[in-house]
Design a protein around this ligand. Structure first.
Ligand code: ACM
Ligand code: ZN
Length: 727
């Protein structure tokens, strides 16, 4: 593998001083892009496809300083510099007219920005999370969208040249620390700014209208039954007492967290305050079922299990959030909710193998998922590109196969792995939020990282490096080799010890022809075929070998460790072993997978590519702009998933396991962008998985999504704004 090339501080400094000047990104070689620290572009900059902006953002991972002052560019595209954590300095094009939404989201080293006089619009969350931004100079009078300059903890000076305050959304500067910030406006204009929306925040707390939340517009996923009731509203901005039944100490803690995050100072005394009672109710019909009753005196949350009580609290959190324009509404109307899910597993799959997700960031996914009653996080821990989980028996795996240089055209280091201790901590956190952590170890394909360390796992002991491109490798584990079983057995011994989940995913995807051909001329594989009496030569023999490998691993996991094995469905499997869960993932082939599940009396997870592949762009032109020809999975596509795929009630009861969204990360190079790909589609998935069809509507979902997305923006979570995305 290539050595990581990092520039020394002195080299960096001199590079910042002397910017390299070119007309366009195509004038630079790939290695010049990956080494670029300071660039000046002077040409006409493209904005679609593999554009100048896409290349600046994705191919220049060390870029600290960009000068576009002379570039011919009027529109800074949406997400132009999304989560570029190295960017310290940028001069915008003098000709700029618009700055797209989230264009500089979380550029948290950016120190200053000058908005040129010709800029007419600054998009939503354009500079949100630029926590080091100290100085903003606005030369003209652009219209400033919601949360455009939100969460700027380090802000010291805002200088606006316009005598008339630019039109700014009330949330444009959300979260500024007024004590530390000086707003400098033309002499004589201060009075106007004091009164203007968005700007008054610099002078005093915005006077917010008394807000009563309107439950039919708040809740996502929508509950099974929601009844507004007569009687006075519950005023929420008061002291609260939390009364919890035995066995609900975790939920009491969660209640305290929710109330504190929304309302602030919570007094917990038995003498005074609004009461929230957490209780178990055995009469409820489902382990995840709950009821939530609210009146002017307080809240009663009941669940059949602690999990149900937790979901009542997640619902309460959304009621407190109200229309999303502030942390918390003032009151909730009297109501009764009775709720339970349609499917019991609502999963997101993350892929730290292709792009490593630092541990703290991985943990942060859990509470966000739980808000929407998603209850399983599937960890794709190994693949051709990396091995990301510590295995004590084989420390070489992480020592040698957890770092590489590059992913396709993105030339940067991809590095990291999780210790077993960290995974145990994640499992514990998951339990607090009722999110099951499901590990996946791939076989027989997508295993090049392991093969790079142990060539003896393959048929021909080939030395191969970890893969640095997307796609499918022709190197597979050899099913005729005893070491393959010894290796997998030792790996799973540790995996089952770390992860208490009932489920373990074995991969199984994309090992098909021609990759399986590598088994044809292997003496060990031939001997195994002979032993098993496999005589065909039409390639079905290789599928039967894969079946043999799977059978052995399934027996180990199911019979020795009491686990439920899972795998990605491939039509050539034909048989699904008893007690397994298979995943329908291939676009256009869902029915085939469902028929196989019914035929084999197996359970099946619905994650068909057309609805559930969230690594695909949410709209044509949305991130990731460059890929291997992924179609768009629009928000409406995600929402329109029918978990039962038009099958009957019997299928739903006997076979349907749940719904899952995937976040393969070949084209997702930053943590923030994983959120961007996940949301809001994961919320659509959550509703598809939770809410019965008769209570769902696309229009209703969009209405309820609005406050949800406002709340995300307020909390500094990035998500795609292309809610009406096009194919
Ligand atoms: C997959 O997308 N290869 C399961
Ligand atoms: Zn072999």
């Amino acid at each position: 593998m290539r050595k990581f090339f990092l520039l020394s501080a002195a080299t960096l400094l001199s590079a910042v001083v002397s910017a390299q000047t070119v007309a366009r990104m195509d004038d630079l070689k790939p290695e010049q892009k990956s080494m670029a620290v300071s660039l000046k572009l002077t040409g006409e900059l493209s904005t679609t496809g593999n554009s100048d902006y896409r290349q600046l953002r994705d191919l220049c991972f060390q870029m600290r300083s960009v000068d576009l002052s002379e570039a011919q560019s009027t529109a800074i595209p949406n997400n132009a510099f999304h989560s570029r954590h190295q960017l310290e300095q940028i001069t915008l094009p003098t000709a700029a007219k618009s700055i797209g939404s989230q264009a500089f989201f979380a550029c948290d080293k950016l120190g200053k920005i000058t908005i040129p006089a010709g800029v007419e619009t600054i998009g939503a969350a354009a500079f949100s999370g630029c926590t080091a931004l100290e100085e903003i100079t606005i030369k003209g009078a652009p219209q400033i969208a919601e949360y455009a300059f939100a969460r700027l903890e380090g802000l010291k000076t805002v200088r606006v040249d316009s005598k008339v305050p630019p039109k700014a959304d009330a949330t444009a500067f959300y979260g500024i620390n007024r004590q530390n910030v000086k707003l400098i406006v033309p002499t004589g204009s201060e009075k106007l700014y004091r009164k203007a929306a968005g700007w008054s925040l610099f002078f005093n707390d915005a006077k917010e209208k008394y807000q009563v939340s309107y439950p039919p517009y708040c809740l996502v996923p929508f509950p099974a039954e929601l009844r507004l009731q007569k009687g006075a509203d519950l005023k929420v901005k008061t002291a609260w007492n939390i009364i919890a039944a035995d066995g609900l100490s975790n939920e009491a803690e969660q209640a305290r967290r929710v109330l504190t995050e929304r309302i602030g100072n919570i007094v917990n005394s038995r003498q005074r305050g609004t009461q929230i009672t957490l209780a178990l109710d055995n009469s409820l019909s489902d382990d995840e079922a709950y009821t939530l009753a609210i009146n002017s005196k307080g809240v009663t949350a009941k669940g059949k299990t602690a999990r149900g009580v937790f979901y009542a609290l997640m619902t309460l959190d959304q009621l407190l959030r109200g229309n999303g324009s502030t942390e918390c509404a003032d009151a909730i109307p009297a109501l009764f909710i009775s709720d339970k899910p349609r499917t019991h597993v609502r999963e997101l799959m993350v892929d730290p193998a292709r792009t490593f997700i630092p541990f703290e960031d991985l943990k942060a996914f859990v509470p966000e998922m739980a808000r929407y009653k998603l209850n399983a996080m599937h960890l794709h821990l190994v693949d051709d590109q990396a091995w990301r989980i510590e295995i004590k028996k084989y420390p070489q795996l992480t020592a040698q196969a957890s770092s590489r240089w590059g992913q396709d055209d993105i030339q940067m280091p991809y590095k990291g792995y999780y210790t077993q201790e960290q995974m145990r901590e994640l499992v514990k956190l998951g339990a607090e939020y009722h999110v099951d952590i499901v590990p996946e170890i791939e076989m027989p394909g997508h295993e090049v990282a392991a093969i790079s360390v142990f060539p003896e796992l393959t048929c021909h002991q080939r030395q191969v490096p970890v893969r640095t491109t997307c796609g499918v490798s022709n190197e597979l584990l050899c099913p005729g080799n005893d070491f393959t079983y010894e290796f997998l057995g030792n790996v799973f011994k540790e995996i089952v010890d770390i992860f208490p989940s009932k489920y373990i995913h074995l991969g199984g995807d994309e090992a098909g022809n021609p990759a399986l051909d590598c088994w044809t001329d292997c003496p060990k594989c031939q001997a195994l075929k002979q032993k098993l009496g496999i005589k065909t030569t039409d390639r079905s023999e290789n599928w039967r070998l894969q079946g043999y490998l799977f059978d052995r691993m399934i027996e180990l996991l199911r019979d020795k460790y009491g686990k439920t094995p899972m795998f990605w469905y491939e039509s050539d499997f034909k048989e699904i072993q008893p007690g397994c869960v298979t995943f329908a993932w291939r676009s256009g082939q869902t029915q085939e997978a469902l028929d196989a599940a019914v035929r084999n009396n197996a359970r099946i997870m619905l994650c068909p590519g057309e609805h559930c592949y969230f690594d695909y762009p949410m709209s044509k032109g949305d991130m990731p702009e460059v890929n291997w020809g992924m179609p768009a999975t629009t928000l409406k596509d995600a929402y329109s998933l029918d978990p039962a795929w038009g099958m009957n009630e019997k299928f739903e009861q006997n076979n349907l396991f749940g719904v899952a969204g995937t976040l393969w990360s070949e084209c997702i190079p930053t943590v923030e962008r994983i959120y961007y790909q996940a949301y809001p589609r994961a919320i659509a998935l959550a509703e598809a998985g939770w809410t019965k069809q008769q209570n769902r509507s696309w229009e209703g979902f969009l209405t309820r999504l609005k406050p949800t997305m406002k709340d995300m923006m307020r909390r500094g979570i990035t998500c795609s704004l292309e809610v009406n995305g096009e194919k």
